[in-house]
Design a protein around this ligand. Structure first.
Ligand SMILES: *Cc1c(COP(=O)(O)O)cnc(C)c1O
Length: 378
């Protein structure tokens, strides 16, 4: 079935008592057991909750996986997935990885003996050159944050498979609506459901998904043992948000295309990063692995003063951390998503003090352009 149909029908069973078309919200931590010899399907809600399960089924179906584990945040999904590795293992990570992922790797997992090499993964040869005898996995993001760099996910996954490495992809910016890394040969997909999947700026949640039954079992084990699970209420809200993913992604993307083109022609904009622009170096590769460029773009202005005026002057757009909501959000990577990165590291990655990231929401693109036009003039 097409993803549009799967969005509506996966994980949605008609509820048996009343025939409700909405999955009930099971606010339960434990379940009565019928006998000493055989426990029922549910025993304790850290291990399983029917509302969370419906959401996990929906996400697994959308990503083309068998197992999806829902976590209390995107970072909980990432950290729990990293627990599949052991002290002494080495990972190769794309260099402009999400700031929180950079932080957890360099400040926590490093203490635990997991080592990392950051590479510009837009060139597969750079990944190959960084492989050590102890390397066990790749951790990638495409498009990356905030410079929307594109990694050839098929080529990276093929290299990883040849060398016996796991490929993990953070697919938050694309969602399974536009890109399904498992279908490109990757092993595990991470999603921060906080962003587009839930889409209403009212839940923090995350997912790890795989099509491999053995990896799925190991992820389930970590989910239950480490315990960073998503609660039933947030599961319910995310399931509700997910049903409109198609219309939200399509409308936001349409706005992003219009705004990216408008910004690209503006005299005070030094550069626009958006995989939907033919001038983007990853445009062709992105088109070969995703069905759309998405709704996030970044741009650099010609001065810090103008950047400050824009960020502090917006009324329609929110100046905030995060992305993927129904409302447009302007964020400032140097002080927000990448604040956890030392300034030298940020500079090396091209994240300047005049760089702004825009997540386009569902407002009229004309109104958004009018606001940008007002603040960028003068
Ligand atoms: C927000 C984000 C995360 C972390 O998700 P949380 O739900 O905030 O923990 C990870 N990766 C990317 C690309 C993100 O945008």
């Amino acid at each position: 079935m097409d993803i549009a149909t799967r969005l509506i029908h996966t994980g949605a069973t008609v509820e048996p008592v009343a025939g409700a078309l909405s999955v009930p919200l099971y606010h339960a931590s434990t379940y009565a057991q019928p006998s000493v010899d055989s426990f029922g399907r549910w025993d304790y809600a850290r291990s399983g909750n029917p509302t969370r399960h419906a959401l996990e089924e929906a996400i697994a179906g959308l990503e083309g996986g068998n197992v999806a584990c829902a976590f209390g945040s995107g970072m909980a999904a990432t950290s729990s997935t990293l627990l599949l590795f052991k002290p002494g293992d080495h990972l190769i990570v794309c260099d402009d990885v999400y700031g929180g992922t950079f932080r957890v790797l360099t400040r926590l997992f490093s203490q635990w003996g997991l080592s990392v090499t950051f590479v510009d993964a837009t060139c597969t040869a750079n990944i190959a050159a960084a492989i050590l005898p102890t390397t066990k996995g790749l951790f990638l993001e495409s498009p990356s944050n905030p410079l929307l760099k594109i990694i050839d996910l098929r080529a990276a996954a093929e290299l990883a498979r040849e060398r016996g490495l796991l490929t993990i992809v953070d697919n938050t910016f694309m969602t399974p609506y536009f890109q399904r890394p498992l279908e490109l040969g990757c092993d595990i997909v991470i999603e921060s459901g906080t962003k587009f999947l839930n889409g209403h700026s009212d839940v923090i949640c995350g997912f790890a998904v795989t099509a491999d039954p053995e990896l799925g079992e190991r992820l389930r084990f970590v989910q239950n043992a480490f315990g960073a699970v998503l609660g039933p209420h947030d599961s319910w809200l995310t399931l509700r948000g997910l049903r409109t993913l198609k219309v939200r992604m399509e409308a936001s993307q349409q706005g992003a295309v219009a705004i990216a083109n408008w910004l690209a022609g503006h005299p005070r904009v030094k550069h626009v990063w958006y995989p939907g622009l033919p001038s983007h170096p990853g445009h062709e590769i992105h088109r070969s692995q995703a069905s759309g460029p998405g709704a996030v773009l970044s741009f650099e202005l010609d001065s810090f003063e103008l950047t400050k005026r824009l960020l502090e002057g917006v009324k329609l757009m929110a100046f905030a951390v995060s992305l993927g909501g129904v409302e447009s959000i302007l964020s400032y990577p140097a002080r927000m998503s990448h604040a956890a990165m030392p300034p030298e590291e940020r500079a090396l990655r091209g994240i300047s003090d005049s760089l702004v990231r825009l997540s386009v929401g569902l407002e009229s693109p004309d109104d958004l352009i009018e606001e940008l036009d007002r603040l960028l003039l003068g």
